[in-house]
Design a protein around this ligand. Structure first.
Ligand SMILES: [Zn+2]
Length: 253
C-alpha cells in the first residue's frame, strides 16, 4: 500500500516536472518576446584570479553574446527586436550540484531534480529568467577547465571558463554554446576527434570548395580542419548558428 502511494507520488512529481519543463521550453523558444537569461558568476576554485575577474565583470561584457544571438536570430527571420537579454546576477559561492558520472537514467533524473531544487532556492532574479546560466571561473594558470554542459529540460546551462580578460572572447563561445544547449541545441562534433560533423557541424555546408570553412558552427565549437586537429573558435565573430541548430532552438519553425 505505502509502496504504491510512494511510487504514485514520485510519478506525480516527475509528471509535473516534465509538464513544467515542456511549458518552459515552449515559452523560451517561441521567440515572440525577449528571452531573459540570468548569468551567475561562480569562483570555481576559490582563486584570487577568479575573484578579481568576477569583480571586474559588468553587463557591458555580456553584450557580444547578446548581439551575436540577435544577429543570428535576424538572419533566420526572427522579428523580435531584442531576442535575448542577459542580466548579470550577484556572484555565487558554489554552483549547482555536479552531474554524476555514469549514473544511469535514474541517477540522471535524481540529479536533475536536485539541480531544480537548488535553483529554486536561489535569490529571485528580475525579470524572471527563462534560462539560468552558471559560469564557473577558473584560474587560467592551471591550463584546464572541466567540460561544460547544458541541461535542456531545466533551462539551465553550466559553463566552465578561464578567469582571464584576455580570454573573454573565447569564453563567450563556450558560454553561448552552453546556453543554446539549454534551449535544445545538440552538439555537432565527433566526441572522439572533436572534428565538426558534416553537414550539421559546418556553418556553410554548401560552400565550394567545402574547406576551408570561413566560419565555425557554434554547436560544433571548432572550425573543420584541413590537416591537424580542428581549431577552436577564438570569438563569436568567427561563429554562425547552422541550419540544424536554428531549427532545434526554434529560430526556424
Ligand atoms: Zn556542447
Amino acid at each position: 500500500m505505502w509502496k504504491t502511494i510512494r511510487i504514485a507520488l514520485l510519478l506525480l512529481v516527475l509528471a509535473t516536472v516534465a509538464l513544467d519543463a515542456w511549458r518552459a521550453k515552449h515559452a523560451a523558444t517561441d521567440w515572440q518576446d525577449t528571452l531573459h537569461v540570468a548569468v551567475y558568476p561562480i569562483n570555481a576554485d576559490g582563486s584570487a584570479a577568479a575573484a578579481s575577474r568576477i569583480a571586474a565583470l559588468d553587463r557591458e561584457q555580456l553584450l557580444p553574446i547578446e548581439r551575436f544571438l540577435a544577429d543570428e536570430a535576424r538572419r533566420y527571420g526572427v522579428a523580435t527586436m531584442m531576442p535575448v537579454r542577459l542580466t548579470l546576477q550577484a556572484a555565487l559561492t558554489a554552483g549547482p550540484p555536479a552531474a554524476p558520472k555514469n549514473a544511469g537514467m535514474l541517477g540522471a533524473i535524481i540529479w536533475s531534480l536536485k539541480v531544480r531544487w537548488w535553483v529554486w532556492r536561489l535569490p529571485t532574479a528580475t525579470p524572471r529568467p527563462h534560462v539560468r546560466l552558471f559560469v564557473h571561473y577558473w584560474d587560467p594558470s592551471d591550463g584546464r577547465v572541466p567540460s561544460s554542459h547544458g541541461l535542456e529540460r531545466g533551462q539551465i546551462a553550466i559553463a566552465h571558463v578561464f578567469a582571464s580578460r584576455a580570454m573573454q572572447r573565447s569564453n563567450d563561445v563556450v558560454i553561448a554554446h552552453e546556453m543554446l544547449h539549454a534551449l535544445g541545441a545538440s552538439d555537432k562534433y565527433d566526441p572522439a576527434s572533436l572534428e565538426p560533423i558534416y553537414p550539421q557541424g559546418y556553418a556553410e555546408p554548401d560552400a565550394q570548395p567545402r574547406l576551408p570553412q570561413r566560419f565555425c558552427e557554434l554547436m560544433a565549437g571548432r572550425l573543420p580542419s584541413e590537416s591537424g586537429p580542428p581549431e577552436q573558435a577564438k570569438s563569436l565573430d568567427q561563429c554562425l548558428i547552422g541550419a540544424v541548430t536554428a531549427r532545434e532552438i526554434g529560430f526556424v519553425k
